[in-house]
Design a protein around this ligand. Structure first.
Ligand code: KIV
Length: 275
């Protein structure tokens, strides 16, 4: 399994780091078989797997449940797990306890937290000191979409771009092992990537980041309808799935399934009950 020091080397050698989300055993198996460098058990699972409108309904139990399945499917891939909405806000002791819980139960390599407030920077210091590696996440932070005014491009003016560079530097100084930049102009992402010595993973942040992350269901078009501009699709599971289920429905209705090859027969016909 690649570890933090390998990702630092990859950054230094200008080798791209590939991350994809996974939420269950089969998606994790595919991600590992495809040799991705990192898996993110994102709280996006609330939307793409559980059908919620946003990530704010996701709980610690949801994250742990899905992360454990991902771990079983991808035992040899570096796994980052999202801390869900409000689970690292307020009391630092409760936040540390929540992080310990998710980290230990999921057997992850790192946890990811959104934001860069003074409290979050302090929490990152404490968790890192305690042995939990942290990945930061700034730019469009979906857990605070209600405060940001929706899912929109961030850092698109002088104040916003300066603030994001400042946040990125503070996250690195607090001990974050890597940083996710979401939905920001590519020129700003390049400046941030070059300013930091930790790996910067982009999503909707252009080609100059050290790596990229996308959501499994988005790249494979699996149960999703509208996709953000920054998603490139690589398969159409919606089409394959509906076509397959339609063929099954039709086979059952016209009595062409289950035929002989899919049927068990009793060894001795006399063993059957008499009616
Ligand atoms: O939850 C998630 O999938 C994420 C990625 C979009 C980075 O945080």
């Amino acid at each position: 399994m690649l570890m933090n020091r390998d990702f630092l080397k990859m950054k230094a050698n200008n080798e791209k780091i590939v991350m994809v989300t996974a939420y269950d055993y089969p998606s994790a198996k595919q991600a590992e078989e495809a040799k991705t460098d990192m898996i993110l058990v994102g709280d996006s699972l609330g939307m793409v797997v559980l059908g919620y409108n946003s990530t704010t309904e996701v709980t610690i139990d949801d994250m742990t449940h899905h992360a454990k399945a991902v771990r079983r499917g991808a035992p040899n891939t570096y796994m980052v797990v999202d801390m869900p909405f409000m689970s690292y806000y307020g009391s630092i002791d409760v936040s540390i306890e929540n992080a310990r819980n998710v980290f230990q139960k999921s057997n992850a390599q790192a946890l990811k937290l959104e934001g860069a407030s003074k409290e979050i920077l302090e929490l990152i210091r404490r968790l890192t000191d305690g042995g939990i590696p942290i990945v930061g996440h700034i730019g469009l932070t979906p857990q605070t979409h209600n405060v940001l005014g929706g899912y929109r491009l961030q850092g698109n003016d002088s104040d916003g771009s300066n603030e994001l560079l400042k946040q990125a530097k503070s996250l690195e100084a607090s001990g974050a092992q890597a940083l996710v930049l979401e939905c920001i102009p590519k020129e700003l992402a390049k400046i941030i990537t070059e300013a930091l010595s930790i790996p910067v993973i982009g999503i909707g942040a252009g080609i100059d980041c050290d790596g990229q992350v996308l959501v499994y269901h988005d790249i494979l078009q699996y149960g999703v309808n509208r996709l953000p501009k920054f998603v490139k699709t690589y398969a159409d599971f919606n089409e394959v799935g509906v076509t397959g289920i339609k063929a099954y429905v039709s086979d059952v209705r016209n009595k062409s399934f289950p035929t002989e090859p899919y049927t068990y027969k009793i060894k001795n016909i006399d063993d059957l009950p008499k009616t």
